[in-house]
Design a protein around this ligand. Structure first.
Ligand code: ZN
Length: 472
């Protein structure tokens, strides 16, 4: 009998011992109740003929051991940026998958954490929240967008997506809002599921699925009318169809709805506003009634205006925005995701060499419209449209936001606490007690030099350490 008890205690403590390892494993991310029989005899307590007082005593003892053995980690960097402010010499303690303490080391609650991570010279901050990505796309100078949609199988695209997800996490992105599968259906929903199951590493995802375009207003284009090609998004027209498509996409697992408020009708043509305000408003109301929201691709003043009037929460790109449009966005609380890095990447693919030739008109115009947005006080989103350029190079958007006129503090606030607020994620985006332990560290002080965001030395997501080159 004694052996049986010991075996049971060991069975119980096994996962706990795992939690105590210096670098926790993916297994530890599985919620405790799903471990193999953590408390197999607890219901049986109601059967006194099987269990004696001695056995009952063992249970609280084990629970006591667990409470002491809960994985606490002390992170000791040079500085802590909590998502809003820099605090020199602070430390952070995590407990399981949550932040347990943030502040001066002398205030760390006892008992002292069993493990420590030394990050000398580094700045600790909340994991970055990428606001505009396409995990199922890869750079267009490798394969054109058309060829990715038409020639790469969904299987290839999903495999690529899993590699991209892993790279993104190691680049410090612990949450990612993915803005459309671009012809890969609901592969983003399934990719999100495999990350949540621990099959592949990646950020926490918010996904848009196929996205919604007005009939006739998306690519691939350039085929005669007798050729049917798979589109990069799902078409809809009229209020009824717009409502039906939103409902279908939500039912298939998307987290929010992405629409295209403007697009070109012909290959190489100028973009025009597509959906009517009435259609947009119907999609917004449908999403809202399901507890979520709509974001809109828009680059023309008319497309942006209709999107704002229809009630979307963020406008993506916004290249043609003017003072009037940005002022209305500010007034209505609609945020702008400027995707500066994608704009520059597209010009580079067209032959522009940054710092080596005259600035393309599109870049000059983008800098001007970005300034107008800043002057109007429009809320900005960190989101580079990564996928157009290499996954893992998310820092490019951070650097360009500074180059185009923001301070590093403003930019890093956007990438952490402000993106969390805008995306309704009140469990992350700040280093604060009780929030999720999604934490990264960067070499040096990125508030002085934003380029430091290229040097991610530590990544923790949900309390699990995925990268730690700081104490090697
Ligand atoms: Zn995009």
């Amino acid at each position: 009998m004694a052996n049986r008890h010991m075996a049971r205690i060991m069975d119980l403590l096994q996962p706990v011992m795992g939690l105590c390892n210096k670098k926790r494993t993916l297994l530890d991310t599985i919620p405790f109740p799903f471990f193999s029989r953590p408390f197999p005899w607890v219901p049986a307590l109601k059967q006194p003929h099987q269990y004696t007082g001695m056995k009952n005593y063992l249970i609280p003892l084990c629970l006591l051991l667990i409470s002491f053995a809960k994985a606490q980690t002390l992170l000791r960097p040079e500085n802590v940026f909590d998502g809003e402010t820099l605090h020199p010499s602070w430390v952070v303690v995590t407990k399981d998958n949550k932040i347990h303490y943030v502040g001066p080391e002398k205030g760390v609650p006892s008992p002292k954490p069993q493990q420590e991570v030394q990050l000398p010279g580094a700045t600790l901050m909340p994991g970055l929240i990428e606001g505009h990505s396409h995990l199922l796309l890869h750079p267009y100078n490798e394969t054109s967008w058309n060829d990715q949609v038409l020639k790469e199988s969904p299987v290839e695209r999903a495999i690529r997506g899993s590699v991209h997800a892993s790279r993104s996490l190691l680049a410090g992105i612990t949450t990612m809002r993915d803005l459309g599968s671009e012809g890969a259906g609901y592969s983003d929903v399934y990719l999100k599921g495999t990350i949540e199951q621990g099959l592949v590493n990646g950020p926490r995802l918010l996904v848009a699925g196929p996205a919604i375009v007005a009939t006739g207003a998306y690519g691939p284009k350039g085929f005669h009318d007798g050729v049917t090609v798979p589109l990069g998004a799902e078409e809809a027209s009229g209020v009824d169809e717009c409502i039906r498509t939103v409902r279908k996409q939500l039912g298939n697992g998307v987290d929010f709805i992405k629409i295209y408020a403007d697009y070109r009708l012909q290959k190489g043509g100028e973009p025009h506003a597509t959906f009517s305000v009435e259609e947009i408003a119907s999609m917004v109301a449908t999403a809202k009634s399901a507890g979520t929201y709509v974001v809109a691709h828009a680059s023309t003043p008319e497309g942006m205006m209709r999107a704002i009037m229809g009630g979307v929460e963020t406008i993506e790109h916004g290249d043609g925005g003017n003072g009037e449009v940005f002022a209305l966005m500010q007034k209505r609380g609609v945020a702008l995701c400027p995707t500066l890095a994608a704009g520059e990447a597209m010009e580079e693919y067209g032959g522009w060499k940054k710092n080596g030739g005259p600035e393309p008109d599109r870049i000059t115009a983008k800098k001007k419209s970005f300034q107008l947005a800043l002057e109007a006080g429009t809320q900005l989103v960190f989101g580079g449209d990564v996928g157009v350029f290499s996954h893992g190079d998310n820092f490019r958007e951070l650097e360009l936001m500074v180059e185009y006129g923001m301070s590093p503090l403003q930019v890093l606030t956007c990438a952490t606490s402000k993106n969390a607020d805008l995306f309704h994620l009140n469990d992350r985006g700040r280093l604060r007690t009780g929030l999720l332990a999604d934490i990264i560290a960067v070499e040096g002080d990125p508030l002085q030099k934003i380029e430091k965001m290229r040097e991610i030395v530590f990544v923790m997501k949900d309390g699990v350490i995925y990268k730690n080159t700081g104490d090697e």
